[in-house]
Design a protein around this ligand. Structure first.
Ligand code: NAD
Length: 339
C-alpha cells in the first residue's frame, strides 16, 4: 500500500526555470502552489527547498544520491522531471528513499525531429553563412556549395519516439534510412527502414543522427574508434544528449577533415553554459570555444524541444503526472512513471 499524499495546499518547487516555464505552467495549473527558482538544483541550492513535497527539475539539474538524500530529509515525496531524458537522476537512490519519480516521455517528438532536420539543412546548404553574407551585400555563392539530400543514406541511432518521427521526415526527403536500436521496430521496417548493426550505420551512412538515451551502453558511442569506421566527410547530428559524443575525439576528427559537418543541440559540459546569457563572460570551456570556431559546426543550446506545442504538452503532462501521484494513483502512461 503506497503512502497517500493530501492534494490540498501542495506546493511544487521548480528549478532551472526560465520566464517561459512560468508562463506555460501558470497557464495550465489547476490549484497547486507554484514556486519558481532560476537556479539549478544541486547540493548547494537544496536549502531553497522549504515546506515542499514536490520538486520539478529539468535536464541539467543535479539529482544525484547526495541531493536525493537531502530531498528525503526535507520530506520531498515526488521528483517530477519536465523532460524525457532522466540520466541526471539517481533512480536507485530515489527508490531507496521512497521518492516517486516521473517524467514527460513524449511531449512533441516532432519538435526535436524537425530541429534535427533543420540542422542538417542548415549545415548542408550553409544557411547560417548565407544569412550573414547577404546582410553584408555579399551575393557571391563561392563556398556555399551543398549536396542533394535526396538519395543519401541517413543512419538513425535510436528509433523511439523522436527517431521514428525523424525517420518519416528523412524519408520525405527521399533518403535511404538505416536504423540501429536494441529493439527493432517492425512498423518502421514495413515502411522501408533497414535495421542494421551499429557498425553498418557507421560504415554506410552519409549522415548519422543520434536519438538514443544516454546510459552506460551509449556513453561516448561516437568516439575515435567509431569515427574511424565512418565515411570521410560524414555529417553527425546530436539532438539527444552531449555525453553520446566524446568531445576531444570529435574535435580531432573535425581537425583532420574526417567529419565534414557536425550539428549539436547538446554538449557534454552544457550544464555550465546552456540556458543562460553569457555574452559578457569569458568562457572557460576551451572545447566549446574550439567547436564553435569550426565553420562546419553548428551549435544550438538545447533548443530542439522549444516549440509552443511542446511547452504546452510539458506543462500539461507534468502537472497531470503530479496530480496522479498525489492522488496515489499510478500514472496512466506507464512510460511517465520511473518509480
Ligand atoms: P524514447 O525512449 O522514445 O526512444 C529512445 C530509443 O532509444 C528507444 O527505442 C530505445 O530502445 C533506444 N535505445 C536504448 N538504448 C539504446 C542503445 N544502447 N542503442 C541504440 N538505441 C537504444 O526517447 P525519445 O523521446 O525518442 O528521446 C530520445 C532522446 O532524445 C532522449 O533520451 C533525450 O535524451 C533526447 N531529447 C532531447 C531533447 C532536446 O531538446 N534536445 C528533447 C527531448 C529528448
Amino acid at each position: 500500500m503506497k503512502e497517500n499524499i493530501s492534494l490540498s495546499k501542495q506546493k511544487i518547487s521548480f528549478f532551472s526555470t526560465q520566464p517561459y516555464d512560468r508562463i506555460f505552467f501558470e497557464k495550465h495549473n489547476t490549484g497547486l502552489e507554484l514556486e519558481f527558482f532560476e537556479t539549478q538544483l544541486n547540493d548547494l541550492t537544496i536549502n531553497l527547498i522549504q515546506n515542499t513535497t514536490i520538486v520539478c527539475v529539468f535536464v541539467n539539474d543535479v539529482v544525484n544520491a547526495t541531493v536525493i538524500e537531502a530531498l528525503a530529509e526535507k520530506q520531498v515525496k515526488i521528483i517530477a522531471l519536465r523532460c524525457a531524458g532522466f540520466n541526471n537522476v539517481d533512480l536507485e537512490a530515489a527508490k531507496k528513499h521512497g521518492i516517486r519519480v516521473c517524467r514527460v516521455p513524449a511531449y512533441s517528438p516532432e519538435a526535436v525531429a524537425e530541429h534535427a532536420m533543420a540542422m542538417i539543412l542548415t549545415l548542408n546548404r550553409k544557411i547560417h553563412k548565407a544569412y550573414n553574407r547577404v546582410r553584408e551585400q555579399n551575393f557571391s555563392l563561392n563556398g556555399l556549395l551543398g549536396f542533394d539530400l535526396h538519395g543519401k543514406t541517413i543512419g538513425i541511432v535510436g528509433t523511439g519516439n523522436i527517431g521514428k518521427a525523424f525517420s518519416k521526415i528523412a524519408k520525405g526527403f527521399g533518403c535511404k534510412i538505416l536504423a540501429y536500436d536494441i529493439v527493432v521496430n517492425p512498423e518502421m521496417e514495413a515502411d522501408g527502414v533497414r535495421f542494421v548493426t551499429l557498425e553498418t550505420i557507421f560504415k554506410e551512412s552519409d549522415i548519422i543522427s543520434l536519438h538514443c538515451p544516454l546510459n552506460d551502453k551509449t556513453s561516448h558511442i561516437i568516439n575515435k574508434n567509431s569515427l574511424a569506421q565512418m565515411k570521410d566527410n560524414v555529417m553527425i547530428i546530436n539532438t539527444s544528449r552531449g555525453g553520446l559524443i566524446d568531445t576531444s575525439d570529435i574535435i580531432a576528427a573535425l581537425k583532420k577533415g574526417k567529419v565534414g559537418y557536425l550539428g549539436i543541440d547538446v554538449y557534454e559540459q552544457e550544464e555550465k553554459l546552456f540556458f543562460r546569457d553569457l555574452s559578457e563572460n569569458i568562457i572557460q570551456d576551451d572545447d566549446i570555444q574550439r567547436l564553435m570556431s569550426f565553420p562546419n559546426v553548428l551549435v544550438t543550446a538545447h533548443q530542439a524541444f522549444f516549440t509552443n506545442e511542446a511547452l504546452t504538452q510539458i506543462a500539461l503532462v507534468t502537472l497531470g503526472n503530479i496530480q496522479d501521484l498525489l492522488k496515489n494513483k499510478e500514472i496512466e502512461n506507464k512510460a511517465a512513471q520511473l518509480i
